[in-house]
Design a protein around this ligand. Structure first.
Ligand SMILES: NC(=O)c1ccc[n+]([C@@H]2O[C@H](COP(=O)([O-])OP(=O)(O)OC[C@H]3O[C@@H](n4cnc5c(N)ncnc54)[C@H](OP(=O)(O)O)[C@@H]3O)[C@@H](O)[C@H]2O)c1
Length: 315
């Protein structure tokens, strides 16, 4: 196994410090370089802000064929032009609100009409909601945006991923998930009991990480390699609006969006990732999925999660 795919073990403080800008800059010293060029077809969600915006520009600059899934057409069109001028082989846009499963389904349908194999799917779109709300489809919005939509994109796009021969899925999770033990009764109740935005966000990210772990072996046999990454703490518009107090106190140690997005671009472009699946990466190095046994979910919850996504996501 490549050394970077074997999770490193550090003290809890060491793990958390690695989330920071100084943590990134120390890790960067061992990076092999960024001399990538690619003609891969990469589907990236949430490309108009923060980490996704940085990743879109970096991938454009190395020649990728991009399909950007964005919810704001005006921002999307400006980015499309920028990506083309940066060197993207081509840049297509799909406008969709990924908190809605109907829109997610339409994204899949559109990609099938394009009928182009997908080399990389990056499930990046996300948000932390401090106030509980349900979508017009009646689903708690964090569950829909952070879990069900990426799962639907994976499942629905699987034939196009397989058609690429060897494809990658990069699911963006969060270090916040280290604080949470999956609770399927919370998901089932739509987090209606007592809503805590950061905890619900972390539950959804934890759930997406578990799905990735559960599926990766079977999918790898079919030529689709699933991994997750977490970007550490990056100073993005998402963090600025959802976590203003956290940001005020940590601003001096936050990463730039480019630093947060670095591993996402590496996972899409670097040939050393060929054949690697089931890992959680931070700064181009596999990390543990759990930092405490207390956050290890029960097998019954793991099974219940698989049934839950099966019930909610049909494509
Ligand atoms: N920043 C961090 O420190 C950090 C840490 C851990 C994990 N993450 C994860 O990294 C990813 C990117 O976060 P970020 O910090 O870059 O946040 P951001 O600056 O808010 O960017 C989020 C992107 O997702 C898009 N998006 C949000 N809701 C959407 C929806 N309903 N439908 C379609 N697109 C939607 C946004 O579109 P608009 O431009 O239209 O708003 C934006 O392009 C997220 O999955 C987040 O959970 C970030």
């Amino acid at each position: 196994m490549s050394t970077f795919a074997k999770p490193v073990r550090k003290s809890l403080i060491g793990e958390i410090w690695d989330f920071t800008g100084p943590g990134y800059r120390r890790a960067r010293k061992r990076f092999a370089g960024n001399e990538w060029s690619t003609d891969k077809h990469i589907v990236l969600t949430g490309a108009t802000s923060g980490l996704g915006l940085s990743a879109a520009k970096s991938l454009a600059a190395i020649g990728a064929k991009l399909t950007l899934v964005v919810r704001d057409a005006t921002k999307g069109r400006a980015l499309q032009q920028e990506c083309e001028s940066l060197g993207a082989r081509c840049c297509r846009l799909i406008i969709a609100d990924l908190a809605l499963l109907e829109d997610t389904r339409r994204v899949i349908d559109t990609l099938f009409v394009q009928d182009e194999p997908i080399d990389v799917l990056i499930n990046n779109a996300g948000a932390l909601f401090n106030i509980r709300a349900e979508t017009i489809e009646g689903i708690e919005q964090s569950t829909s945006l952070l879990l069900l939509s990426p799962v639907m994109l994976m499942q629905g796009l699987k034939p196009l991923l397989q058609a690429a021969g060897s494809a990658r899925v990069v699911n963006i999770v969060s270090g916040g998930m280290y604080t949470q033990r999956l609770s399927m009764s919370w998901f089932r109740s739509g987090f209606a009991h007592r809503y805590d935005g950061p905890a619900v966000y972390a539950q959804a990210k934890r759930a997406l990480a578990i799905i990735t772990q559960e599926w990766h072996e079977e999918w790898a046999k079919q030529g689709v390699f699933l991994n997750t990454m977490h970007p550490g703490w990056a100073d993005t518009p998402g963090v600025q609006s959802a976590l203003p107090t956290f940001r005020r106190f940590t601003q001096w140690i936050l990463r730039s969006p480019e630093e947060g997005a670095d591993t996402m671009v590496w996972m899409a472009a670097d040939s050393s990732l060929d054949g690697i699946s089931g890992c959680l990466f931070l700064d181009r190095q596999a990390r543990r999925y759990y930092l405490s046994k207390k956050t290890q979910e029960r097998p019954t919850d793991r099974r219940a999660l698989l049934s839950f996504v099966d019930e909610c996501v049909s494509y």
